[in-house]
Design a protein around this ligand. Structure first.
Ligand code: PLP
Length: 396
């Protein structure tokens, strides 16, 4: 059943009307100037969103997972050693993908609810005198646990031991919603998809690749064809694709970037912070805790909320869908049944967030949890009243 209710899952996100219109277009000839005119600015726009001037941007018809696969197969060979932390479902899946490509992943197990363990990474780089580690994987925002990791600190650790490993960052649920600085953080591969911060349907894998990484594609022995960076780079140079491009989504991406830049990236980040903070105030008012262990780790795009011992958190998601036609995120992997997630990224306002908080309260009250109706809503209202975007704009 369709409704006008916003979704509160951490992707796909709500699609603004303007983007729905932008992707609803008749077919065009993808070898025409019309395509080039929308593709070029989209590619340049991706670089600005990633904050890279020296890196290459790539767009493939795929999803975030495809962007991971493209990164791995273009830049590494089977047998290569990769360093990664497993601290959530998405870091786990990326590790799995590397293993299936025959790579040797040195896994650091970290508690779910914590960030990438920078100290353990630093120790691994320092111990690796022979430079066996070819790449380190960092999940910037663990969507399963609502935890952000410190990418800049991983770069610092690499530099401190003069380690040449490439820094690969999964920014699928952070890029275009949270501060991300590809060049400044020395990121060699930044990956995302269209259905998160860019507010579009799924269908695009979006990547930023450093020149250092581009130079080693020739050495990387993994098989690749559809995702070949060099083929893509060559055809992109003349405005085309090695195959039929997803023209409507690319038009949408171009429009999404204009919307994000129209709002101002800093304002987009501030809006995500404000909305997230309201959700966190609500969680505190419910006497509940986040899966994220420390405020410094709090994600601005998704909150994973721990439910009481003995309660199946997935019931919240099922009940909210059935009774109120509202979508929340289930717990994944190690935290399945222990958390439910409120996604708060992409096209969202304070007012929309309040509706999600209210729906969560009705659901939890229905299921017998000790929730006073309105308590979380009131806590979020208090915060939003004091931090209104409109008021801030007027003051500026
Ligand atoms: C959504 C997500 C992915 C997976 O992306 P798909 O587009 O579903 O392939 C990977 N990593 C993170 C952190 C995500 O949030």
């Amino acid at each position: 059943m369709f409704s006008q209710n916003p979704v509160f899952i951490p992707g796909p996100t709500n699609i603004p009307e303007e983007l729905r219109r932008a992707i609803s277009n008749p077919s065009i000839d993808h070898r025409s100037d019309t395509f080039v005119e929308m593709f070029r600015p989209a590619l340049e726009g991706v670089k600005r969103i990633l904050k890279t001037t020296s890196g290459e941007a790539f767009i493939f018809p795929s999803t975030g997972t495809g962007a991971w696969e493209a990164t791995i197969t273009n830049l590494l060979s089977p047998g290569d050693t990769i360093l990664a932390a497993r601290h959530g479902m998405f870091s786990h899946r990326w590790i799995d993908l590397c293993q299936r490509h025959g790579m040797n992943v040195e896994i650091i197990k970290e508690e779910w609810g914590k960030g990438a363990p920078v100290d353990a990474f630093a120790a691994a780089f320092a111990a690796d005198k022979a430079h066996a580690i070819k790449a380190v994987l960092v999940t910037h925002n663990e969507t399963a646990t609502g935890v952000r990791s410190d990418v800049a600190a991983v770069r610092k650790a690499l530099d401190a031991s003069n380690h040449p490993a490439l820094l690969f960052v999964d920014g699928v649920s952070s890029i275009a919603s949270m501060d991300f600085r590809m060049d400044e953080w020395g990121v060699d591969a930044a990956v995302t998809g269209s259905q998160k911060g860019f507010m579009l349907p799924s269908g695009l894998a979006i990547l930023g690749i450093s020149q250092k990484a581009m130079q080693i594609t020739a050495e990387a022995k993994s098989y690749r064809c559809f995702f070949d960076f060099k083929d893509m780079q060559k055809t992109n140079a003349t405005g085309g694709f090695p195959y039929t491009p997803p023209a409507n989504l690319i038009r949408g991406l171009d429009t999404a970037i204009k919307m994000l830049e129209g709002e101002g990236l800093e304002n987009v980040f501030a809006r995500h912070h404000r909305i997230a903070e309201g959700v966190r105030r609500a969680v505190a008012a419910w006497n509940m805790k986040l899966c994220a262990k420390d405020p410094s780790l709090y994600s601005e795009t998704v909150s994973a909320i721990l439910t009481p011992e003995g309660f199946n958190a997935t019931d919240i998601v099922t009940h909210a869908a059935k009774k109120y036609n509202v979508a929340f995120g289930v717990g994944l992997g190690d935290v399945a049944g222990k958390v439910f997630r409120i996604g708060h990224l992409g096209s969202l306002t304070d007012v929309m967030a309040l509706s999600g908080i209210a729906a969560a309260e009705m659901t939890m009250a229905d299921l017998g949890l000790d929730i006073r109706l309105g308590s979380g809503v009131a806590a979020a209202q208090d915060y939003y009243r004091g931090h209104s975007a409109m008021a801030q704009k007027d003051a500026a």
